[in-house]
Design a protein around this ligand. Structure first.
Ligand code: UD1
Length: 365
């Protein structure tokens, strides 16, 4: 019997762990799955609603670390995780993505000599000012099994000298969740509730510190939005970090005064899928949304200068536009004028990644 502990903490972890837990539960003769939540995200809209939407079982343990500086949050997770992991003696610890909980989980496990599997290994933005880039590099340096979503990730890891025997290309786990959820998203009444017509609105999400933590940058992005919302409705579900910065910088009233800008709380997984899959254009600084829009052939403008997911640009619908207001406007209007974009679904983004991951762990145990 393999005891596999999965560690999750923040919103973008949940859609990655859901299909893995389901797959592990399909193999009860061989696998005992245990789920530990660090508590990095804790609001109903950032946490509980995802567990419900994605049918993730209640965590076996919640460390309830909450928010803090990077050192505080990472340190707290490490301290709170050490004893339970030591007591549980799992065969593997599985970490996903690139958030602080990912790196903290990998560090604690590897120091206890527990094998670490990293799902979504090998992605690199080459921008070390991004906290996630540090988390990716550290996690990949100590993981025993690096499960990659795309061939570029394998290349990155080879270049960093990771032994090829530790690396396995398994495809994109988020797409498992995406495909499984499409039917429920079609049944969502979100558009009706919000008074939106399919294809007649854009969606924006924004939460990267580089975009929202400086007044000038955030105000510039809002300036671009002011022009876009005069042409087409823009729906903006606001991350708590961004909401706090808008208030702090005195920009909330400016945003609220735009008639074509619809501000909402963060949405659950199914409602958000229903929203962007019916949109004309997505403006975002998220990582996962770049992939989801590529899989669904929805145009995506990424408000960053780099991406750790280059395949969404070379094969999919994504374009990097940075945070310059003029460029954002120009690119957005160009997309609105153009027809349906072409997309090529990257290799192994086929909805079967969870099974390949659990097979890989079983084979190496
Ligand atoms: C984290 C991840 C980021 C991911 C994002 C998705 C890291 C380094 N960053 O960023 O990669 O894209 O999640 O959401 O791990 N807050 C709440 N309620 C919550 C959670 C957070 O109000 O449930 C507020 C707090 O004021 C907190 C701030 O948001 O200080 C930032 O939260 P934090 O977990 O530090 O980082 P995110 O910006 O959410």
């Amino acid at each position: 019997m393999l005891r596999l502990v999965s560690v999750v903490g923040a919103r973008p972890n949940f859609m990655k762990i859901a299909p893995l837990i389901a797959e592990m539960r399909r193999r009860p003769d061989n696998i005992e799955p245990i789920l530990i939540h660090t508590g990095q995200h804790y609001d109903e809209s950032m946490n509980d609603s995802f567990f419900r939407d994605l049918n993730i079982p209640m965590p076996d343990l919640n460390l309830e670390v909450g928010s803090g500086t990077h050192a505080e949050q990472t340190g707290k997770i490490m301290i709170e995780l050490e004893r339970p992991l030591d007591r549980l003696e799992p065969d593997w610890v599985i970490v996903v993505g690139d958030v602080n909980s990912t790196m903290a989980g990998a560090l604690v496990a590897s120091k206890l000599n527990i094998k670490v599997a990293h799902v979504e290994a090998g992605l690199r933005s080459r921008d070390r000012t991004m906290p996630e880039e540090i988390n990716r590099i550290v996690t990949d340096a100590i993981a025993d099994l690096l499960l990659t979503p795309s061939p570029d990730a394998n290349e990155n890891l080879f270049r960093e000298g990771i032994p090829p025997a530790k690396i396995q290309f398994v495809g994109n786990i988020m797409i498992d969740t995406l495909y499984r959820s499409l039917e429920r998203a079609r049944q969502s009444d979100l558009l009706r509730r919000m008074g939106l017509e399919p294809g007649a609105f854009c969606v924006m999400t924004l939460h990267r510190p580089s975009n929202v933590d400086h007044r000038e940058t955030l105000a510039g992005i809002l300036d671009a939005v002011r022009a876009i919302q005069q042409e087409i409705t823009v729906v903006f579900p606001i991350h708590p970090r961004t909401r706090a910065r808008l208030d702090e910088f005195g920009l909330s009233d400016f945003a609220a005064a735009m008639p074509g800008l619809v501000l909402t709380e963060p949405l659950g997984y199914i409602d958000f899928l229903s929203l962007y899959s019916n949109s004309r254009l997505v403006l975002t600084d998220s990582g996962g949304i770049q992939e989801e829009t590529t899989a669904l052939a929805i145009p995506c403008l990424t408000l960053r200068d780099t991406t750790e997911r280059p395949i969404t640009v070379t094969q999919g619908t994504n374009r990097l536009v940075g945070s310059d207001p003029e460029r954002i406007k120009l690119e957005a209007f160009a997309v609105l004028k153009a027809g349906q974009p072409r997309t090529e679904i990257p290799e192994l983004w086929d909805g079967k990644t969870a099974a390949r991951i659990v097979d890989a762990i079983e084979q190496r145990s």
